[in-house]
Design a protein around this ligand. Structure first.
Ligand SMILES: [Zn+2]
Length: 302
């Protein structure tokens, strides 16, 4: 056998052994239709998804988290800061020179990873938020366990030191708070359920609704102890009522755009699950309820 062929086979078998299943189905087809704007920054993929709105996607880690940079005339808002595995200021600084304020869709580790790099941080005033602002190591370490990565970690990444670093909330927001970026106003909607501090962000003028983890295409995680299903259903109904006023949903995982018609489907799905009418499948100690384009992943006996 020629040496080159042996090497190729060896390389192929090593790659297969290290490639988790979720990674094999990437890139997701939806991305082919989106406008990618930066290719030189490693780890992140950046897409312009609406005028002045950029999805900063992390496809090399299984959360496939998406943070959004929303640019106004006077300042910009970064809605989530991702995993904190690579420096999110690299793509952000290439998009805008304006001051960047941070607001989190909620404070799970995969959305606040780079908060510590920013000096202006809006936050909900809940005990859950305050606890998460202290940082943690366990959730972060679980994110880099075997099977969670697709491709290579950024150069210089220190596995052992990886943790969610503490951050300081400088400005409190609540339901109805308005954030004026100059020519663009974002409205905070408290949508608790996934977590007590979960919010959605409404850009009325541009008909955009950023849904955080309350909705995305994929298994929606509703199994953690901080999840409140009754609150979640109420929040979903609130979002569904907004559907006629928006033209695009911008979720925090997997794919950055979805039609608002999904909100009615989501409302039906959570109703069916909570009333015991949906059929779930056991999955790693949880129960997954499949629907069209998404699923609801619950703890058993909820
Ligand atoms: Zn979350």
């Amino acid at each position: 056998m020629p040496r080159a062929l042996i090497l190729t086979l060896l390389l192929a078998s090593t790659l297969t052994a290290q490639t988790p299943d979720w990674c094999k189905s990437l890139p997701r087809p939806a991305y082919a239709k989106l406008k990618r704007v930066q290719k030189e920054v490693p780890w992140f993929e950046v897409y312009q998804v609406a005028p002045g709105v950029y999805a900063i996607y992390e496809p090399h880690q299984w959360e496939e988290v998406i943070s959004y940079l929303i640019v106004g005339k006077k300042r910009a808002l970064l809605f989530d800061t991702g995993m904190g595995i690579a420096d999110i200021t690299q793509p952000v600084d290439r998009i805008t020179k304006l001051a960047v304020y941070v607001l989190n869709s909620h404070t799970h580790n995969d959305h606040v990873g780079d908060n510590w790099r920013f000096s202006h941080i809006y936050g909900m005033d809940t005990p859950f938020t305050r606890a998460n602002a202290k940082g943690s190591r366990a959730d972060a370490q679980a994110e880099i366990a075997p099977g969670t990565l697709c491709g290579v970690l950024p150069a210089g990444f220190d596995r052992k030191a990886y943790s969610t670093r503490p951050f300081r909330i400088t400005d409190a927001v609540r339901d109805g708070s308005k954030i004026d970026l100059g020519g663009r106003v974002l409205e905070v909607l408290a949508t608790p359920g996934h977590t007590p501090d979960a919010i959605s962000l409404l850009d009325r003028k541009n008909d955009l609704l950023f849904t955080g983890d309350s909705f995305y295409l994929g298994p929606i995680f509703l199994y953690r102890p901080e999840t409140d299903l009754a609150a979640y259903e109420k929040s979903v109904l609130r979002l569904r009522a907004l559907a006629p006023q928006v033209k695009l949903l911008l979720p925090a995982h997997n794919t950055p755009t979805a039609p608002p018609s999904y909100l009615a489907k989501l409302a039906m799905a959570i109703r069916q699950v909570r009333s015991g009418k949906a059929k779930g499948n056991p999955q790693d100690g949880k129960v997954d309820y499949p629907f069209d384009g998404f699923s609801l992943l619950l703890a058993p006996h909820k």
